[in-house]
Design a protein around this ligand. Structure first.
Ligand code: CP
Length: 315
């Protein structure tokens, strides 16, 4: 598989071009075929080592990076931060430089501080992949969301999303997924609209390529795709919401509210879900939900990213 021009790091979708995004998605489409084989193993990255360093919890992202690396025959080393020397006060700089000294070929990092992945990239000579930094970006989630939509609408050949509207609903202020999706979908031509409570809207919305809507009905209007965000209570100061019950009533995506979107609109959620809060169980499990397809596509997308970043330089 051809890699085309090589990316040095993957820190966000704001920083990379539409062509770079299309190249990664095209590569993921090729890797998706490998996932359906009886033996899911290719020698592409044999002899290389990917390290995951997650300062925050994860099920989907960390596991799918590990699966992606193993299918490509790379070593996958997961640093358990809670059992690492981070607990003795070791700095981020010393931690990542230590991992580089151990001869890792790529670092996948999740951190609660926006900008942590970029900081690590400045300290290292090996590629860095941002697996989520604070409220900033989660670029591989953005890519897998794009891949899932292109796959559903049969656009895995063009990756052209002109004419499509994506509604992103809920806790936008704390969401790195909202930012990566806003950049990624708009770069491929889609219209992106945000809707959520005023207290959960970021202050810098005007610098993002989105339209902001004041209520759920207008946020869903015209949307062929809805991305429902998790209410990130762990990142919220007190007083942003009167109650979960009121949030669910005004902003929860349910069978009733789906009537405001285009008929048959796709429903996505990056996970993990708060069922009964931002999304009702019948919508999460309904026939228009592609929530678990997103998870599956995450493996192919992360294979493509690892291949782009860890490819052939050592040979
Ligand atoms: N979507 C996402 O990042 O999920 P995890 O936190 O489980 O990795």
């Amino acid at each position: 598989m051809r890699r085309g021009r090589t990316l040095r790091n993957l820190l966000g979708l704001e920083d990379i071009s539409a062509d770079d995004i299309r190249r990664l998605l095209l590569s993921a489409a090729g890797f998706k075929e490998i996932l359906s084989r009886p033996v899911r193993k290719v020698p592409t990255l044999r002899g290389r080592a990917m390290v995951t360093l997650f300062y925050e919890a994860s099920t989907r992202t960390r596991t799918s990076f590990e699966m992606a690396a193993k299918i490509l025959s790379a070593e996958a080393i997961n640093v358990a931060v809670a059992q690492s020397s981070v607990t003795k006060g070791e700095s981020l700089q010393d931690t990542v430089r230590t991992l580089q000294a151990l001869q890792m070929d790529c670092l996948v990092i999740r951190h609660h501080c926006s900008g942590a992945a970029e900081y690590a990239a400045k300290k290292l000579d090996v590629p860095v992949i941002n697996a989520g930094d604070g409220r900033h970006e989660h670029p591989t989630q953005g890519l897998l969301d794009l891949f899932s939509v292109c796959d559903h609408f049969d656009r895995l050949d063009t990756f052209d999303l002109r004419g499509l509207t994506l509604a992103i609903i809920g806790d936008i202020a704390h969401s790195r997924v909202a930012r990566s999706d806003a950049w990624g979908f708009s770069k491929l031509g889609a219209k992106v609209q945000f809707a959520g409570p005023k207290t959960l809207m970021p202050g810098d919305c005007r610098s993002l390529p989105v339209t902001v809507c004041d209520d759920l009905k207008s946020g869903l209007e015209g949307a062929e795709v809805i991305n429902v965000l998790r209410l990130q209570t762990e990142r919220q100061e007190r007083g942003l919401l009167p109650s979960l019950r009121e949030y669910s009533r005004l902003w929860g995506v349910s069978g009733h509210s789906l009537q405001w979107a285009k008929p048959g609109a796709l429903v996505m959620h990056p996970g993990p879900m708060n069922r009964g809060v931002e999304i009702s169980a019948d919508v999460a499990d309904g026939c228009h939900s592609i929530i678990f397809d997103q998870v599956t596509h995450g493996v192919a997308v992360r294979m493509a990213v690892l291949y782009q970043l860890m490819g052939v330089e050592k040979e």
